[in-house]
Design a binder for this molecule. Structure first.
Ligand SMILES: NC(=O)c1ccc[n+]([C@@H]2O[C@H](COP(=O)([O-])OP(=O)(O)OC[C@H]3O[C@@H](n4cnc5c(N)ncnc54)[C@H](O)[C@@H]3O)[C@@H](O)[C@H]2O)c1
Length: 238
């Protein structure tokens, strides 16, 4: 979910809808798995199932890329990997900085999936001077006061925030002031950013709360089925 003050259009350049953009990484993950198994072609139905998407939607999404597949053969896996990677801007490297190297920041720094997808961790930054110089995932933690020079020297355009919520806006302002235009925010707070800056928010606790909601409903349905006459709902509606 994008947050912040900036109003982003519903479609991106070349008229690709945001909803399609959001599914491209799902197709890419499924296609990469096929590519690793040296599978040359894939049908829209197979790929849709692997990506967890409806196949008509997949065909529509691929039509925005100008990719229609070949009847009876399907889509060329390698070419589609290239096309989607290019569309997502993954054919170039994106240096990122991670700010806040506590439990989460260190776990993110150790996550191999960034580098393998072209997101090079340029620096790890923290306000705690006692952490400076400590190696995390092979990189020395650097003091937040170095943020501006690191962003400029490495042409960083993506910042990852893993600080406590109370520090996240201040860190955002510094990142934006230094020239960062995309932020991945793990802190549980809404960030304000100027136009032209994209913010994506990741919050596992929100995902868990949604699962809790579904669990509660499932439990209610099961208990409801167990009622002898089924008249009395196990969970009273709010
Ligand atoms: N999105 C999620 O799913 C998810 C999951 C876990 C944690 N979190 C959030 O991630 C954040 C970090 O959690 P944690 O457990 O790693 O906390 P932590 O206390 O272990 O680490 C926070 C780090 O941020 C640093 N910091 C504080 N202010 C700073 C500033 N102004 N500039 C730079 N660094 C600063 C601290 O020195 C510390 O090293 C919290 O906001 C937490 O709520 C989110």
């Amino acid at each position: 979910m994008a947050t912040g003050r900036s109003h982003r259009p519903a479609t991106r350049s070349r008229g690709i809808p945001e909803a399609t953009v959001a599914r491209l990484p799902l197709y890419l993950r499924a296609l990469t798995a096929l590519s690793e198994r040296s599978v040359p072609t894939v049908s829209s139905e197979e790929l849709a199932a692997a990506a967890g998407v409806n196949s008509a939607k997949l065909r529509k999404d691929f039509s925005y890329l100008g990719s229609y597949g070949t009847r009876g053969v399907g889509y060329d896996v390698e070419y589609l990997v290239y096309q989607i990677s290019r569309e997502l801007g993954l054919t170039q490297d994106w240096p990122v900085v991670i700010v806040g190297i506590g439990n989460l920041g260190a776990a993110l720094a150790n996550y191999g999936g960034f580098a393998s997808r072209g997101f090079r961790v340029a620096a790890l930054l923290d306000a705690d001077a006692s952490l400076a110089g400590r190696l995390v995932a092979g990189l020395p933690v650097r003091h937040i006061d170095e943020l501006e020079s690191i962003v400029a020297d490495n042409q960083v355009s993506i910042g990852v925030i893993a600080t406590p919520a109370g520090a996240a806006q201040e860190v955002t302002d510094r990142l934006v002031g230094a020239g960062v235009t995309s932020i991945l925010n793990f802190a549980p707070t809404v960030l304000s950013v100027p136009d032209g800056v994209d913010v994506r928010k990741v919050d596992l606790s929100i995902e868990l709360q949604i699962l809790a909601f579904h669990e509660q409903r499932k439990a209610g349905e099961t208990e409801g089925r167990q009622e002898p006459d089924g008249d009395v709902p196990a969970v009273m509606p709010a």
